[in-house]
Design a protein around this ligand. Structure first.
Ligand code: ATP
Ligand code: MG
Length: 337
């Protein structure tokens, strides 16, 4: 029986995932805040609704950038408002398990501590689990074997490659490319091919309905954008092949970084990874046929997780529910910082 409430929290640049042990359930909300000067207008999914539609004096953005906390105060507000919605909590006295990036500086670690020991969230205990470890636990990877496993997470603003042997991450690399860069790449392809400027939200919609990395279906969608020459709004029918050209440009960068990463991996480890397959997760791996595409680019086999964006928070859930797994969480105390 758990007396204190336990939460698992994965702060992503695109969404916050929170597991509540009390409810035994995971909640996902957009990691966005809309504000005018110092006044908060909306948060989470409501703020995302305003994204790219808000008037000029309203700022809408994410408190996380490239997988790091960029605005502590706003991030605390988003997390607190989510926890209030879930458990009607006061924000006091819980155990908070965070999936965190590797190689954080002392200042970045301190940010996680202060996030839940600040204005609204107080007196909470903090535990950190390295994200790739949380992903691996969720995907049932045996962390303690000596041969080595490779985990790849393709998120919204970052892609991370990690190799784990004997319970440690021995090599890792994070690149600032993810789903958002795919959206931007779609925008620039459409600008090139149609002389039309569209917003990244429209690009994302095109990605979700037509994005796929194999033989194209002959599809097209109508969009409205701004004509690059006249500056006037214009309608255009955008074909799937243009959208996928944009996506492919971005995926090729990820694939080529992955290939270089694998080439630098010690041969005995690479040999085992080739046999076992690379574990693939993160929201952007929902892109149809991405695993096949990466497999033919790199020559390695892939195990695609069906957890996608929720894998890290699922790992935290397992750690919270199973005492045996608690060793993967490091407590963070204020005096140590
Ligand atoms: N069906 C889909 N096809 C392609 N991309 C998708 C699909 N569904 C979601 N995505 C993308 O997944 C990304 C969100 O993934 P995820 O939640 O793992 O990112 P995050 O954890 O918030 O970001 P990061 O880890 O980079 O900070 C978004 O960019 C979104 O566009
Ligand atoms: Mg993530």
């Amino acid at each position: 029986m758990l007396f204190r409430n336990h939460y698992g929290v994965d702060l992503g640049s695109s969404s916050v995932k929170v597991y509540s042990a009390f409810r035994n359930k995971t909640y996902i909300e957009k990691n966005m805040v809309a504000y005018r000067e110092r006044k908060i207008l909306s948060m989470g999914n409501d703020a995302y609704e305003m994204f790219e539609k808000a008037p000029a004096d309203v700022t809408v953005n994410s408190p996380m950038a490239f997988g790091m906390i960029a605005n502590l105060e706003l991030q605390e507000i988003v997390l607190y408002s989510m926890m209030r919605k879930i458990d009607h909590t006061t924000g006091l006295g819980a155990d908070m398990y965070f999936a965190v990036p590797l190689d954080m500086t002392a200042i970045e670690k301190r940010a996680y501590y202060h996030l839940v020991n600040g204005h609204w969230l107080r007196k909470n205990r903090v535990f950190m689990v390295e994200s790739p470890i949380a992903d691996a636990i969720a995907m049932n990877v045996n962390l303690e074997k000596e041969e080595g496993s490779m985990i790849v997470n393709i998120g919204a603003q970052s892609t991370e490659f990690s190799i784990i042997t004997e319970g440690k991450i021995i090599i890792s690399r994070k690149i600032p490319i993810g789903g958002r860069q795919m959206n931007e790449s779609i925008c620039s392809e459409i600008r090139k091919q149609y002389n039309l400027q569209i917003g990244t939200r429209t690009a994302k919609r095109l990605k979700l309905v037509m994005g796929r990395l194999n033989d194209q279906k002959k599809e097209a969608r109508k969009v409205v954008g701004i004509d690059s020459v006249s500056g006037l709004p214009r309608e255009e029918v955008v074909s799937a092949s243009v959208v996928n050209e944009g996506i492919t440009n971005c995926v090729n960068q990820i694939a080529s970084e992955m290939k270089t990463f694998l080439e630098r991996t010690p041969p005995q480890i690479a040999y085992h990874i080739a046999k076992e397959g690379i574990y693939l997760t993160g929201g952007s791996t929902r892109l149809p046929y991405l695993d096949n595409y990466l497999a033919s680019y790199t020559g390695f086999a892939f195990n695609l997780s069906d957890l996608y964006e929720t894998s890290a928070v699922r790992g935290l859930e397992k750690i919270i529910r199973d005492r045996e797994l608690r060793k993967w969480a490091q407590p963070v105390k204020q005096k140590k910082l």
